[in-house]
Write a protein that binds this ligand. Structure first.
Ligand code: URA
Length: 182
C-alpha cells in the first residue's frame, strides 16, 4: 500500500498502478485510471475492459504482451470509480509524461475522454476526433473509444462503437506495418 498527498486527502489506501506490456514497444495505450481489479493486482487493463481490449488487439494481429505498453492518466484508482478530478489529473501528469518519454513510442492510442482531454486538450468531443490521427510531440496519436464504453455497447453492427473500434485498430496495425514498427 502506498500513500500520496491526494490519497491522504481522499482518505483511502491506494495501490499504484504503473504499466504493463513491453516498455520498448512502438505502441503505447493510455486509459483513464485503474479499476478495482487493476488496483488489487497493481496492473492496468486486466479487468473486463482490459480483456476486451486485448481481444480486439489480437484480432488485428497486435500482441498485447509484446507489441504494446499500457498505462493510465491516473496511477491510483479514484474511489467509487468516479472520474478523476482536474487536480488528480494535474498531479499525475508529470508521471504520464515521464512514461511517454521513457517508452518513447511512435504511436499512442488515447482511450476515452479523460486521456484525450489530458493530452490533446480536446474537451468532451471524443466522437468528433475518434479514429483520426493527431500529432502530439512528434508522435502519431489516435483517439479511440474506451473499452468500458464498448462493454456497455455490445452491438457488432457496422457503424456501432465496436465495429468502429475494430476499424480504428486495423488502421493502427497498417501504420505499424507501414513504418515497420511491429
Ligand atoms: N480502465 C482504464 O482506463 N484503465 C484501466 O487500467 C482499467 C480500466
Amino acid at each position: 500500500m502506498i500513500n500520496c498527498n491526494s490519497c491522504l486527502e481522499q482518505d483511502f489506501d491506494a495501490q499504484l498502478v504503473i504499466g504493463r506490456g513491453n516498455t520498448s514497444a512502438n505502441l503505447m495505450i493510455i486509459g483513464e485510471a485503474p479499476g478495482a481489479y487493476e488496483a488489487e493486482l497493481g496492473v492496468p487493463f486486466v479487468g473486463r475492459s482490459g480483456r476486451l481490449l486485448d481481444e480486439f488487439l489480437k484480432r488485428v494481429g497486435i500482441d498485447p504482451s509484446t507489441d504494446a505498453y499500457f498505462c493510465n492518466v491516473i496511477k491510483i484508482r479514484p474511489p467509487e470509480n468516479r472520474r478523476p478530478t482536474k487536480k488528480e489529473i494535474f498531479e499525475n501528469l508529470p508521471w504520464l509524461m515521464q512514461q511517454i518519454h521513457l517508452v518513447n513510442p511512435n504511436i499512442i492510442l488515447l482511450l476515452g475522454n479523460t486521456a484525450v482531454e489530458t493530452l490533446l486538450g480536446i474537451k468532451g468531443g471524443l466522437s468528433k476526433v475518434r479514429g483520426n490521427w493527431v500529432e502530439f510531440n512528434g508522435k502519431m496519436v489516435m483517439p479511440m473509444f474506451h473499452p468500458s464504453y464498448l462493454l456497455r455497447n455490445p452491438s457488432k453492427e457496422d457503424g456501432k462503437p465496436r465495429a468502429l473500434t475494430l476499424g480504428d485498430l486495423y488502421e493502427v496495425r497498417q501504420k505499424l506495418d507501414a513504418f515497420e514498427l511491429i
